[in-house]
Design a binder for this molecule. Structure first.
Ligand SMILES: C[S@@+](CC[C@H](N)C(=O)[O-])C[C@H]1O[C@@H](n2cnc3c(N)ncnc32)[C@H](O)[C@@H]1O
Length: 516
């Protein structure tokens, strides 16, 4: 993205920003877009989430249009690429490897992203970032930042890459540095590509590079239109177009989806296409022991477009075991209502259950009897409600390694220890879901991670714990795009793995289990 540098963000706002600062002050103070990016980086260093902090910071700084886009790209790009930029900065400081104050480190990362990752002219990148350092840290920091960024600006991105990669011989470490991921994640993704049958020994290196690159590429927001609530017209009028990935998916090439009335009132929402496919797959599967649902053939609500077979419906009870903040529950609720089923959304954290209630408001207002939200530990439902549900979604808490393109700081926060902590919880939740499902009913286990330890290994372990009682069914034929075609390249089955570089979705894993 080319940089705005305080110019032309709607003439009125540009004048306001300019008149608020004399030229001499502007030289000393950073501009609002860079200031906003810096605030988000500092909040992330304190444990905040960029996707939650950034909108507030943009609003408080009154940044809009291309200034907001500049601040967003600067923030997200810097967070994603910080592994590589730290190596560049460490090589550029004098003496190399000298320790750097965390706030100054953030400012140097921002400057390096402008120089190596954006189309900002060198002089503007250096002077505006030095001003930021002076404003937020002090004059000494300004001088230091100036010296380091001038050295960074002396080489191109490719030249820096060559320089920092030179001493690194291990192929995984090289890819990690080049694509700015922790090495343990690169190793796990490599194992996932092979383990899920997505890559062969010959193709894995190219696939891995494409996957890591996809994590570093901003994704256009995908919207879900919750069926039967009438949001399509407004989306069309706003310039959104149907997305081929799923019958409920739409893409908005520009503008802020949050401004749409249908998004504000919960008839539509921003939701990854993979998440939509997952909810549609669970709703589209056939439960045993149910009669045909006569409405299925005639209705043309999204998600019902292709499947004209019996899937049960009337009177069914559906459970979303780990529902917060409610994205998948929102789609499941709309599908359940349409099919004469009821959805119970469960979430262990009260504040996340409140988010689920809010997400479900459009359906709850129209069909209060069909949807309810409860706070509870999903591990207990198998005991409190054995054999009660026809369909259960376990969208398990996981490392989120499949959603790194949307959560720019997540790769630096996660550690292999998280896997050790999540593993027992994932197994307990899946076992509880199985206990809570009636004979002939279905459990869909899903993660937004392709890590083998939280996908295939969990499912295989739990299947072993229920010998003869639970079978894995082929979920791949249920993953249908808008044209009704099964998604290609989802693995050898019976489970499926989606990938950002292949499907343009988050890296979702799905396993469909039938209780006998
Ligand atoms: C991956 S998120 C679910 C995302 C959700 N399905 C959606 O689409 O918005 C996992 C959720 O599980 C919740 N969780 C963690 N432990 C749980 C437990 N023991 N019982 C129920 N929910 C739990 C977390 O708080 C988190 O909200």
């Amino acid at each position: 993205m080319a940089e705005g540098d305080g110019r032309g963000q709607g003439r009125r706002q540009g004048r306001r920003q300019r008149s608020a600062q004399a030229p001499s002050q502007r030289a000393r103070h950073g501009d609002p877009a860079r200031g906003a990016a810096y605030s988000v980086l500092r909040a992330v260093a304190d444990g905040g989430y960029a996707n939650l902090v950034l909108p507030t910071v943009l609003r408080n700084s009154r940044l809009q249009g291309r200034h907001a886009a500049f601040a967003t790209e600067l923030t997200y790009g810097t967070l994603r690429m910080q592994g590589l930029y730290d190596a560049v900065v460490d090589a550029a400081v004098d003496p190399p490897g000298r320790s750097i104050d965390p706030a100054v480190r953030d400012i140097l990362r921002l400057g390096t992203h402008q120089l190596l990752g954006m189309r900002v002219p060198d002089h503007a990148a250096v002077s505006a970032t030095v001003a930021l350092a002076r404003q937020h840290v002090g004059a000494g920091a300004g001088g230091f930042v100036n010296a380091v960024l001038r050295r960074v600006s002396e080489r191109s991105r490719d030249e820096w890459l060559e320089r920092v990669l030179e001493p690194v011989t291990d192929p995984v470490e090289r890819l990690a540095l080049q694509h700015s991921h922790p090495a343990w994640i690169v190793r796990a993704l490599r194992a996932g590509l092979i383990g899920h049958g997505s890559s062969t020994a010959e193709s894995v290196d190219a696939d891995l590079s494409a996957l890591l690159e996809a994590h570093n590429t901003a994704a256009l927001p995908t919207l879900v239109v919750r069926p039967g609530l009438g949001a399509e017209e407004e989306l069309e009028a706003a310039g959104a177009v149907p997305d081929p990935i799923a019958p409920t998916a739409w893409t908005m090439p520009g503008g802020d989806p949050g401004q749409l009335a249908s998004v504000r009132d919960g008839r539509a929402a921003v939701q990854d296409g993979g998440s939509q496919l997952l909810a549609l797959a669970l709703a589209g599967a056939t439960t045993d022991g149910q009669t045909e649902h006569a409405g299925d053939e005639t209705e043309h609500a999204a998600g019902e477009t292709h499947d004209k077979t019996a899937r049960g419906g009337d009177g069914e009870e559906w459970l979303d075991l780990c529902a917060g903040p409610g994205g998948k529950a929102g789609l499941l609720a709309a599908l359940a209502v349409h099919r004469g089923a009821r959805l119970l959304a469960n979430e262990v954290q009260p504040h996340r259950a409140a988010l689920v209630r809010n997400t479900l408001r459009a359906v709850r207002e129209r069909h209060p009897e069909s949807v309810s939200v409860v706070v509870g530990d999903g591990r207990e439902i198998g005991e409190t409600d054995p054999g009660r549900f026809d369909r259960v979604l376990v969208d398990a808490p996981c490392t989120g390694l499949g959603a790194l393109r949307r959560r720019p700081e997540a790769r630096w926060r996660r550690t292999p220890r998280d896997l050790a902590e999540l593993g027992p919880l994932q197994r307990d939740l899946l076992a509880s879901a199985i206990e809570a499902t009636r004979a002939g009913g279905l459990v869909l286990y899903a993660t937004c991670s392709p890590h083998l330890a939280e996908t295939e290994f969990v499912v295989k372990d739990v299947l072993k714990a229920f010998p003869g009682r639970v079978v894995a069914e082929d979920v791949r034929p249920l993953l249908l795009d808008r044209a009704g075609e099964p998604l290609p390249d989802t693995g050898p089955g019976p489970w499926a793995q989606l990938w950002p570089h292949k499907h343009g979705t988050d890296g979702m894993f799905l396993a469909l289990l039938r209780v006998r």
